[in-house]
Structure formats: C-alpha cells, structure tokens
Design a binder for this molecule. Structure first.
Ligand SMILES: Nc1nc2c(c(=O)[nH]1)N[C@H]1C(S)=C(S)[C@@H](COP(=O)(O)O)O[C@H]1N2
Ligand SMILES: [Mo]
Length: 242
C-alpha cells in the first residue's frame, strides 16, 4: 500500500468488519448454530468487503477470457503423497471437510457441496511464481472473509493459516505439512477466495483439489493448494518455529 490514506481506509474497513462480526454474533444467539445459520447469513456482504471494493486501486488487475492460457503450468506438489488424500480423492471429495478453527467463536466443518452453495466470486487474474513464470487463470470460490465472518473471529485474531494435505519441501526440515499464513488485510480482501473451480471446471488435482487459496497481490507460493484446514491465530511464534 503506497499512501497513508489508503492504509487508513483499509483499517477503517477492518474495524467496521469487526462490527459485522459482532452483529453476526447477536443473530446467532437466536438461531441454532451450524451450517443453517451460515446459509441464512450469506446475503450480508461485510462492510469491510464493500469498502475495499470501492477502492479500486487496491484490487489486483483482472483479465478477460481471451487472456486465459491454453495450458496453465502446475508447479511443486502435483498430488499429495498421503493415503488419507487418496481416499478422499477416490470418493470425489464427498467425505472431505474444510475445518475452520483456532481463534473463532464458532468452529466450522464444511463439505464441498456446502461451500459451493455459498455465493461465489469469479475472477481472472495473473499468477506470478517467484521461480520466474506467470500464467493467467480464472478462479471461482467463496470469499474467505465471508467464511471468517461466519466463524466469528475472536478479538485476538491476527493471522489466518492454511494447512495443506502435502508434505513440506525437504528444505523446510520435512517435519510437517505445507502451510501458508496471511494477515487479516489479505484475508478480508475481496479477491481472496477459497477456490474450488479453475477455468470453469472443478479444481484439478495438480492445481490443488478440492480447494485452493487465491490471494491476489501475493506471489505464487502463497496460493496454497490442497487446503484441509483454516486456523486463526494471534502469532506465528507457536507455528513450527515461527
Ligand atoms: N500445498 C501446496 N500449495 C502450493 C505449493 C505446494 O507445493 N504445495 N506450491 C506453491 C507454488 S510455489 C506455486 S507457484 C503454486 C503453483 O500452483 P499451480 O500448480 O496451480 O500452478 O502453488 C503454490 N501452492
Ligand atoms: Mo511458486
């Protein structure tokens, strides 16, 4: 962000977003918890999303269908090497659940069908890998901010971590799974999606089936593939050595 003004605007957006979270909390008191509530609340676009949408300068450039590449390269992990993932893949991910937990009032467990029933956003953007290649693709998915609002962030929430099904690269010490973290500004950015479709089809395995992260304005490695769990945290210190 270049100017102090736009930074202030984003902060104002986040503060009104916190208000939306509180309101969602009041609704919840009078309704049964779980996915029913999630569906009932989908009509509400959060204040911070609206504000960010108004500030066009903050959006990553979007392209047209004519700009799509015939072949979009698949990079690094092409398929997680795990029995659990293979079992989920065999059943077309009907048994897969996206878990949302950590610093939230209402932990969630969402099936792919449930995610697909939520209002989605479709965008054509450029993916830039730091290894030196770029490609333009179309993604469809649920704005992450909306899912976080349903889960209702606790006041101490600062970052959102995406836990993936594949192993970390050997260079990372090999102790755990691939993960990526983003801050709340990126998490509530209107172009940040939990993407389940790419170029009009279900997300292919090589590109992160069943669910990938699109966080535009961030480099390729932030676009976590094979996302299994979203964890909301206050500090990175406790996460595999920070
Ligand atoms: N789970 C997971 N996500 C990942 C990676 C990975 O190895 N595992 N590689 C990252 C890198 S470096 C890039 S460039 C993109 C590649 O996405 P693509 O295969 O859809 O082109 O995924 C990113 N997300
Ligand atoms: Mo990358």
């Amino acid at each position: 962000m270049k100017s102090g003004i736009s930074r202030r605007r984003v902060l104002a957006g986040l503060i009104s977003g916190a208000g939306a979270v509180l309101l969602a909390g009041c609704d919840r008191l009078t309704q049964s918890s779980g996915f029913g509530t999630l569906l009932r609340n989908t009509g509400k676009l959060t204040m911070n999303s609206r504000r960010l949408l108004l500030d066009r300068q903050l959006l990553a450039p979007e392209y047209s269908l004519a700009d799509l590449l015939p072949v979009f390269r698949a990079n690094s992990t092409q398929a997680p090497d795990s029995e659990e993932y293979n079992r989920l893949l065999e059943n077309d991910f009907t048994d897969w659940r996206l878990k949302v937990d950590g610093l939230v009032q209402q932990p969630l467990s969402l099936s792919l069908a449930e995610l697909k029933r939520l209002p989605s956003r479709t965008q054509i953007t450029r993916h830039d890998c730091v290894e030196g290649w770029s490609a333009i693709g179309q993604w469809q998915g649920v704005p992450l901010g909306r899912i976080l609002d349903f889960a209702q962030l606790k006041p101490s929430a600062r970052y959102v971590v995406f836990h993936c099904a594949d192993e970390l690269e050997a260079t990372f010490d090999g102790s755990g799974r691939y993960y990526e973290g983003i801050d709340l500004l990126d998490a509530y950015h209107p172009q940040t999606l939990r993407a389940y479709a790419m170029n009009g089809k279900n997300l292919p395995v090589a590109h992160g089936a069943p669910l990938g992260l699109r966080v535009e304005r961030q480099p390729g490695y932030k676009q976590a593939k094979f996302v299994m769990r979203i964890e909301v945290i206050s500090t990175f210190e406790t996460l595999w050595g920070g």
